[in-house]
Design a protein around this ligand. Structure first.
Ligand SMILES: *[C@@H]1O[C@H](CO)[C@@H](O)[C@H](O)[C@H]1NC(C)=O
Ligand SMILES: *[C@@H]1O[C@H](CO)[C@@H](O)[C@H](O)[C@H]1NC(C)=O
Ligand SMILES: *[C@@H]1O[C@H](CO)[C@@H](O)[C@H](O)[C@H]1NC(C)=O
Ligand SMILES: *[C@@H]1O[C@H](CO)[C@@H](O)[C@H](O)[C@H]1NC(C)=O
Ligand SMILES: *[C@@H]1O[C@H](CO)[C@@H](O)[C@H](O)[C@H]1NC(C)=O
Length: 444
């Protein structure tokens, strides 16, 4: 009898201990201390009532609103950091960074992780009440005017009311700076994305069901069969087709002039690509995705919480035939019919690594390490039970303190088209306020 109750007491003590340990792990996340993060006092004193729902605002979690939310876009970001024993300001270290860029166009190239990127940008646009050029007609394929190379204000919903304010565009469109500058607010930045052309081809071919188009569905190696004789395959589909979707598709969307896509003149290609490159503030490289997001954050002066993303892939295709190795001859043919894509990818990959080199002295790799860690940590949290305590992320050199909760996770995993609808709804509710002043101006 006595022995049994002793066991009972010991058991309860043991359970209590387990509970305590678990509780402490949940409540106080263990951050890597080698990254030396310090809490900065100014951020604790931010206003307590900003207007956003992106980072979670269920009534239970009001108190965990983030510091970054409470910054308005117009406020310069002065973060005091304590690092390596010395204290310096964020702006001293990142001299270009004064306020977040909130006017931008994303050239969404199919099958390049562009959907994941769109979610990141849409979340940001929603948070900053940006005004998107949007068409509900294009919801199905997330398309605005693609594949047209022109775009007008009238292609955007409610342009009569919103037309002077567009500062965000994320749906599939072909880059045309002249046309886009006309509809966007002055000073809009252009962001592109590219993927290594061979891997892009493998992915896009099956995603667009081109193995059906070329009647290669039952072929053991559709990609190889197509590349053995691309011209022959293309003729099978259409007698007169100069642009098949297998040729320089990325370059076309990124704005390479369509009438030059068939040129063999590598000097001309390079000149045009270089000129085009000047129109882009930054081009994300799919193969270096996390690094690219960190670079994007730096170029646009965003907070690290803005670039967090779900590691669940959107639109993932699983056709095992995608991975079949190709012969040298087949690869050569792919390079031949995609010469512009290859050169453009090399150009933007090279400029990407040049910018990495420039930033390396400013803690770029340290930031990438921390960002990877944070992405993993947040995704793990979001996968686990949704009703647990929020995950509090402390301030670091690259982010203000913020909190991840159920709402945040939902936003991270929301589909681009649902985000777009949500943002459009936010815009239309707000334009009721805008209508008045613009009517006043008109009636003067
Ligand atoms: C924020 O709170 C202050 C005082 O608490 C108030 O004066 C202000 O109107 C509030 N702003 C918004 C946007 O709710
Ligand atoms: C875009 O607008 C132009 C001019 O109004 C029109 O001709 C064109 O068909 C529109 N494109 C789309 C995709 O709606
Ligand atoms: C880009 O837009 C401008 C202005 O609308 C137009 O003149 C030009 O033809 C367009 N470029 C292409 C390649 O369609
Ligand atoms: C093929 O298309 C081009 C441009 O799209 C056109 O100029 C040419 O006449 C067409 N050829 C035939 C045989 O239809
Ligand atoms: C991108 O550029 C880097 C640096 O020049 C190079 O090492 C790498 O192989 C390139 N990546 C691809 C996929 O071509």
């Amino acid at each position: 009898m006595a022995a049994a109750s002793k066991v009972k007491v010991l058991w309860s003590v043991f359970m209590c201990l387990i509970f305590l340990v678990l509780y402490m792990n949940l409540a106080g996340p263990m951050w890597p201390d080698q990254l030396d993060m310090a809490i900065s006092a100014p951020f604790k004193k931010q206003r307590h009532n900003s207007s956003d729902a992106v980072l979670g605002r269920s009534s239970r979690h009001v108190e965990v609103l983030t510091a970054v939310e409470k910054l308005s876009p117009a406020e310069p970001r002065h973060v005091t950091i304590h690092y390596n024993g010395t204290s310096s300001s964020y702006r001293e270290q990142h001299d270009i960074c004064t306020r977040p860029v909130t006017n931008l166009v994303f050239i969404k190239v199919h099958k390049t992780a562009s959907a994941s990127t769109a979610v990141v940008l849409l979340r940001f646009a929603y948070k900053h009440h940006m005004t998107m050029c949007y068409s509900p007609r294009g919801n199905k394929r997330f398309t605005l005017t693609f594949p047209s190379t022109e775009i007008y204000k009238s292609n955007c919903s409610r342009w009569q009311v919103l037309g002077d304010h567009f500062n965000f565009l994320v749906h599939h469109t072909v880059f045309n700076k002249t046309a886009m500058d006309r509809i966007m607010k002055p000073g809009t930045k252009y962001i592109g994305i590219m993927r290594e052309p061979q891997s892009h081809f493998r992915s896009q071919f099956f995603y667009r069901r081109h193995h059906l188009r070329y009647r290669l569905r039952h072929h053991p190696n559709p990609l190889g069969a197509f590349l053995d004789n691309p011209e022959h395959q293309e003729r099978k589909w259409s007698k007169n087709r100069t642009w098949s979707g297998e040729r320089n598709n990325q370059a076309f969307i990124m704005g390479f002039p369509p009438h030059l896509l068939n040129t063999q003149d590598t000097g001309l290609m390079d000149d045009v690509i270089k000129q085009l490159g000047q129109s882009y503030t930054f081009v994300i490289i799919n193969e270096y995705y996390e690094e690219s997001l960190v670079m994007l954050r730096r170029k646009l002066c965003w907070d690290m919480s803005d670039i967090l993303h779900s590691t669940k892939k959107i639109h993932e295709q699983h056709n095992p035939k995608k991975y079949i190795p190709l012969t040298d001859k087949q690869l050569e043919n792919h390079k031949r019919i995609n010469a512009v894509d290859y050169r453009m990818y090399d150009f933007f990959n090279r400029t990407f690594w040049e910018s990495v080199e420039e930033e390396a002295g400013r803690g770029f790799w340290e930031e990438v390490t921390y960002f990877r860690y944070l992405v993993e940590r947040v995704n793990k949290y979001c996968l686990a039970s949704q009703d647990s305590e929020p995950l509090n992320v402390p301030i670091s050199k690259w982010n203000n303190a913020f909190s991840v909760n159920e709402m945040f996770c939902k936003g991270l995993n929301r589909k681009p088209k649902d985000w777009a609808k949500k943002l459009f709804y936010q815009m239309t509710r707000r334009d009721k306020i805008w209508k008045k002043p613009s009517l006043n101006v008109a009636s003067k």
